[in-house]
Design a protein around this ligand. Structure first.
Ligand SMILES: Cc1cc2nc3c(=O)[nH]c(=O)nc-3n(C[C@H](O)[C@H](O)[C@H](O)COP(=O)(O)O)c2cc1C
Length: 339
């Protein structure tokens, strides 16, 4: 637990296997690629704490997406631990002082367990391109539906021919209309865009020009150009084309809207994304209707899932790979605790 009496000390490489667990954990996805995690090495555990300095107060005011990202990182960490010959047990704790949730992964030397999902950690990526309009085979969908789901989390699949697919498409459009009229939302997004190679390589976080599919520009040119694209009309034109090229939408929900469930959803999400990667399925997020609470409530009614809370919307399909998003060096996110 991090308290005001403890100082975090940067960690020098002491245990390569544990540093590898952190390196692979940090390959997890995170909203705007903020990488909002701090890994604390203990003698018998690695803790994953939220780094609220990297939070997104406008789009993610409750830190829900932040905690989902920590859950994704925990899943990667456990897969890497198994590969390195450690048994791991994951629990979600509360900081005694502030009550903030964090994750503790207990580690004990054991058998090496090979996992097909571990091999996908390096290959997974968010792919925001236009997909190839292929349907996914029944067999592929079945394998995705068989991914292990944590308690309290549910997944709903919508094929492109279904009525509900059209309903969700409409909600994404409404979400864009609201977010693209919100100056604070746009300013927060722009602050995380890395407009050129220099910004990308010096910060190693954020949404790069490459993953956004835009040319590299000096930021004084990039900022106004991107801002001019952030209008409801332009965003919807781009997003509707992307949705229409996708094979499936998948909605992730939780029973209780709290940090413990968000972390569990993140762990489920990461297994799902790694399995999708293994099956050659591209994926990207359309979270707009889950981020605007009035739309979320209406969506619950329309989809008749009143006892579940919609949290994340993914589109799936077939696409060519894109350049990868950068990650900070392990040394920047890993600490040991000095009492
Ligand atoms: C909880 C969560 C929410 C996200 N929301 C969005 C989103 O609304 N739109 C989007 O394009 N990407 C979204 N992303 C994807 C991130 O931007 C992406 O993970 C990050 O840029 C790193 O890229 P990578 O996934 O290719 O490693 C989200 C990721 C997570 C984990």
């Amino acid at each position: 637990m991090i308290t005001t009496n403890t100082t975090l000390k940067p960690c020098n490489a002491q245990n390569p296997a544990w540093l590898k667990m952190v390196e692979y954990a940090a390959k997890a996805p995170s909203g705007h690629n903020t990488q909002p995690w701090i890994f604390v090495l203990k003698p018998d555990a690695i803790e994953i704490h939220p780094d609220f300095g990297q939070a997104l107060p406008v789009v993610d005011g409750s830190n829900r997406e932040l905690y989902i990202s920590l859950g994704c990182a925990a899943e990667n960490l456990q897969l890497t631990a198994a590969e390195a010959g450690y048994r791991s047990v994951c629990s979600i704790k509360r900081d005694a002082l502030k009550g903030d949730a964090y994750i503790r992964v207990n580690l004990e030397k054991g058998e090496t367990t090979k996992s097909v999902l571990f091999d996908q950690i390096d290959k997974r990526q968010t792919n925001r391109s236009i997909y190839k309009e292929h349907d996914l085979s029944e067999d592929t969908l079945e394998q995705l539906k068989n991914v292990e789901i944590d308690s309290g989390v549910a997944l709903h699949f919508f094929s492109r021919e279904s009525e509900d697919f059209k309903i969700l498409r409409g909600y994404v459009a409404l979400g864009n209309e609201m977010q693209m009229e919100d100056e604070a939302f746009k300013n927060e997004l722009i602050a995380w865009i890395r407009f050129n190679k220099w910004q990308k390589n010096s910060l190693n976080n954020g949404l790069t020009y490459e993953v956004m599919g835009t040319p590299a520009l000096p930021s004084f040119l990039g900022k106004p150009i991107v801002k001019s694209q952030l209008t409801p009309k332009k965003q919807n034109k781009a997003d509707m084309e992307k949705i229409d090229s996708s094979s499936q939408l998948v909605l992730f929900t939780v029973k209780d809207n709290n940090p413990e469930q968000w972390v569990r959803l993140g762990m489920t999400l990461q297994r799902f994304l790694l399995e999708a990667t293994r099956l050659g399925i591209a994926n990207a997020y359309l979270n707009q209707p889950c981020e605007v609470s009035e739309l979320t409530l209406k969506m619950q009614e329309d989809l008749q899932i009143k006892d579940e809370y919609p949290v994340l919307l993914l589109r799936l399909g077939i696409a060519d790979p894109l350049p990868y998003s950068p990650r900070k060096a392990v040394e920047e996110v890993v600490y040991i605790m000095e009492e």
